[in-house]
Design a binder for this molecule. Structure first.
Ligand SMILES: [Fe+2]
Ligand SMILES: [Fe+2]
Length: 309
């Protein structure tokens, strides 16, 4: 596919975008969980279940706040920025008007997702009376994208940013799907996640088509330079340093003795995912490389050797 073959999804957006079709979701006051247990292993640990099971809901509410905070950072600081630059033709990679129009719908969707997330933050504080503890000001991508961009010469930096955002937009789907299936979680939270997932299905296709257009027009020399920074990006993106630091901070806030805090920190410290081909997000990441045709290039396969099956 080249830029001339690009088909806009504007009609689909008019019919299906959640900002066009979904009602405001209201958090219900019932006995269901506010966050899936499977997404916060701290509460499933032996020490937690033995020593402070009554603090489970506090931990789940704080983890929801962290999740919401991450969504707001991702949408407004990462995806919005790149999509807006494409829409406004401020991007080093030129795209036709149809791409730029679709990029503007992505800006609208992402800012709306951030608004909905902030709405749930407010509703949760009102319902539970629990104020958020100090939340991180960055997500892993806030560091991983600049690190990858810094590894190529100036003319290739926007292309690297595009590829990084496209990778990230292929992985949110997994995150959100885990919520949508869980029957122990509040219906409104599941609706929130399902709404988000609906828009993200459209986005992942958008980003992989843009990367494909760029990649097909890139020289072998440019491709080789970009391929070299891909492992830098993936390695930093898949670390859970910020999340682990949040869990430690959260444990500090629990009303338990110092020795139990110490034991909980040890248990969550042992939980981190391996950065390698067994990481659960690798399948999604490889899907972008396949759909965009990047994996057809030997330099990309070589750079990603550690992650390929
Ligand atoms: Fe989103
Ligand atoms: Fe998105």
């Amino acid at each position: 596919m080249n830029a001339c073959d690009y088909q806009s999804f504007a009609d689909t957006w008019e019919r299906r975008a959640t900002i066009r079709t979904r009602p405001r979701r209201t958090l219900e006051n019932d006995d269901k969980l506010i966050y899936p247990l499977s997404r916060q292993p701290l509460v499933l640990s032996d020490t937690f279940q033995r020593e402070c099971p009554q603090q489970r809901d506090f931990v789940l509410v704080q983890t929801l706040y962290k999740f919401i905070n991450d969504v707001v950072i991702f949408e407004t600081e990462i995806v919005d920025k790149t999509a807006r630059n494409i829409a406004k033709q401020r991007f080093a990679v030129p795209f036709p008007f149809a791409c730029r129009y679709d990029a503007m719908t992505v800006v609208i969707d992402e800012d709306y997702h951030a608004l909905v997330a902030m709405d749930f933050m407010q509703q949760t504080i009102a319902l539970t009376g629990i104020e958020p503890i100090a939340l991180p000001t960055q997500i892993e991508l806030s560091r991983a994208i600049p690190a990858a961009v810094a590894g190529v010469p100036e003319p290739l930096r926007d292309a690297v940013e595009l590829i990084c955002v496209a990778i990230a937009e292929h992985t949110v789907t997994n995150d959100v799907a885990a919520f949508a299936k869980d029957t122990t979680v509040k219906q409104s939270i599941k609706h929130l996640m399902a709404d988000h997932l609906l828009d993200e299905g459209r986005h992942s296709g958008f980003w992989s088509r843009l990367v494909r257009i760029y990649w097909q027009g890139a020289s072998e020399a440019d491709r080789a330079q970009i391929a070299r920074v891909l492992p830098v990006f993936i390695g930093q993106y898949l670390t859970h340093e910020i999340h682990a630091a949040f869990d430690i901070h959260l444990i500090e806030q629990l009303e338990i003795g110092a020795s139990i805090k110490h034991a909980l920190k040890q248990e969550v410290g042992a939980l981190t995912y391996p950065v390698g081909r067994r990481h659960p997000l690798i399948t999604n990441i490889l899907r972008l490389f396949t759909n965009s045709s990047m994996l057809d290039s030997a330099c990309v396969r070589h750079a990603l050797a550690d992650y390929l099956p």
